[in-house]
Design a protein around this ligand. Sequence first.
Ligand code: B1M
Length: 216
Amino acid sequence: MNEELFQKMAQSVLDGDSDAAIALAKQAIEAGIDPLEAITQGYVNGVNQVGQSFASGEAFLPELVMAGEAMKAAVSTLEPEMQKRGVKRTMLGKVVLATVEGDIHEIGKSLVGTMLSASGFQVYDLGVDVPASKIIAKVQEVDADIVGLSALLTTTMVKQREVIIELDKLGLRRKVKVMVGGAPVTRDWVQKIEADGTSEDAIGAVGVAKSLVGAA
Ligand code: B1M
């Protein structure tokens, strides 16, 4: 039964139908389905298919935009339920989170933020297309434990390195851990830029963040 709902969720994203995506999200909440499962087994399949069609030239930017909007609408609808289900404990640490400069992909970054905050981290989400200077200013302002940098484009991954270099120049690199993520990020890249951790998904990101603050 859940399978059927998950398929409809993927289809709503493929159709770029935000209303349907929201209605299905509400249906999932009423049925007691884990909201993260709805995202990963439902909507994400739709957005991945659109991404593939876009890469192969079968879909165009408007389809990509509409799929992104539908996905975003679904995640926003499910977000309060994710927060509710999170087991809040003592504050585990402060995380400054952003999608790097030049990159406007926000869905994965926001999902990571929601899961971190539902797990007990205080998250300062600076949004998308955020310059290194703004990220570092926030790290200093709130005395962050972790800075989380999302990048979805091969062309913007370099900005993750830029933040690390800037932190280093200011003598902050030892003080703050850097977690990077996003579809193009590989283990090799993480080693190359000397980041402290990465994860392929939002659940994994919570585990990595916990280990970075010694709470795992
Ligand atoms: Co864009 N886009 N896009 N896009 N888009 C990709 C990334 C792409 C792979 C599509 C493709 O060609 N197959 C491709 C990148 C190619 C590359 O560089 N390798 C691409 C392109 C080319 C572009 C444009 C350049 C298109 C154009 O204009 N010609 C343009 C760039 C704009 C810019 O940023 N400057 C563009 C624009 C857009 C939209 C705005 C239309 C829209 C985003 C809407 C929005 O966010 N509000 C969009 C979308 C939707 C996608 C795809 C289809 C889906 C991304 C997504 O939301 N996935 C994407 C293809 C794909 O990934 N399948 C694609 C769902 C989300 C839950 O997963 O973001 O991967 P994800 O996040 C995961 C993990 O990566 C990880 O956990 C998350 C949750 O599980 N994670 C972290 C992410 N951040 C993390 C941080 C961490 C830890 C884990 O620690 C800090």
